[in-house]
Design a binder for this molecule. Structure first.
Ligand SMILES: [Cu+2]
Length: 213
């Protein structure tokens, strides 16, 4: 009859027992950790909460930055800081895709906004450092021009674009970590530990009984 683990010498069992147990426990723990990792699906930041846009109206007839981005339908807080000591306006068109030709005069611009009321129209005053606020809901996806209505300022380059992007569709959660991988590793380690004990016992057969007298 072949020797089996059942015939392991007690000394060997005593020596290997704690080691095998430790390896098996480590493997099991790793497997459990894998399961735990698999259950803890990371969450992405919740959408919403609004967008804050900070813009400066400079003394050199520019808006900085001149490119703004919002998400359609989300609340927006606009903060426009006057840097010049003369008046500017921040006037945001409500018409997607429309840009004034560079040849547009001040009266052209006034006439256009009379026919198409702007989404935002702030008069910034002439106090450097003063910030003027507006709250609005980001318009449907598209590009919306904003400019300064003070005669001559648009023509000097005082305009920019607010781009509204479509509301992102609810993203599906990221795929969970490969739980099976951790479990597999844990099981493999435990199996190797058990196999090691069995093989070790087979290499050291039960000592032959003393010859009979
Ligand atoms: Cu201006």
């Amino acid at each position: 009859m072949a020797p089996s683990s059942a015939h392991l010498p007690r000394r060997t069992l005593r020596r290997l027992g704690p080691l095998a147990l430790a390896i098996a426990l480590a493997g099991a723990a790793l497997g459990l950790a894998g399961i735990g990792t698999g259950l803890a699906v990371p969450r992405t930041a919740a959408p919403g909460g609004g967008t804050v846009l900070q813009v400066s109206a400079t003394a050199s007839f520019t808006f900085v930055p001149s490119q703004l981005t919002v998400t359609a339908g989300e609340p927006v807080e606009l903060e426009v800081t006057q840097e010049a000591n003369f008046n500017h306006t921040f006037t945001l068109s409500s018409v997607a895709g429309y840009t004034f030709p560079s040849s547009a005069t001040a009266s052209d611009i006034f006439a256009y906004f009379a026919a198409h009321p702007p989404l935002v129209n702030l008069s910034l005053g002439d106090v450097p450092g003063r910030t003027t606020y507006a709250n609005f809901t980001a318009p449907p996806a598209g590009a919306y021009e904003f400019l300064c209505e003070i005669p001559g300022h648009f023509q000097s380059g005082m305009f920019g674009t607010l781009t509204s992007t479509a509301t992102p569709s609810p993203s599906s959660p990221p795929p969970p970590p490969p739980t099976y991988l951790y479990v597999g590793i844990g099981v493999a380690i435990a199996a190797v530990a058990v196999a090691g004990v069995v093989l070790y016992s087979r290499r050291r057969p039960k000592p032959a009984p003393p010859p009979a007298a």
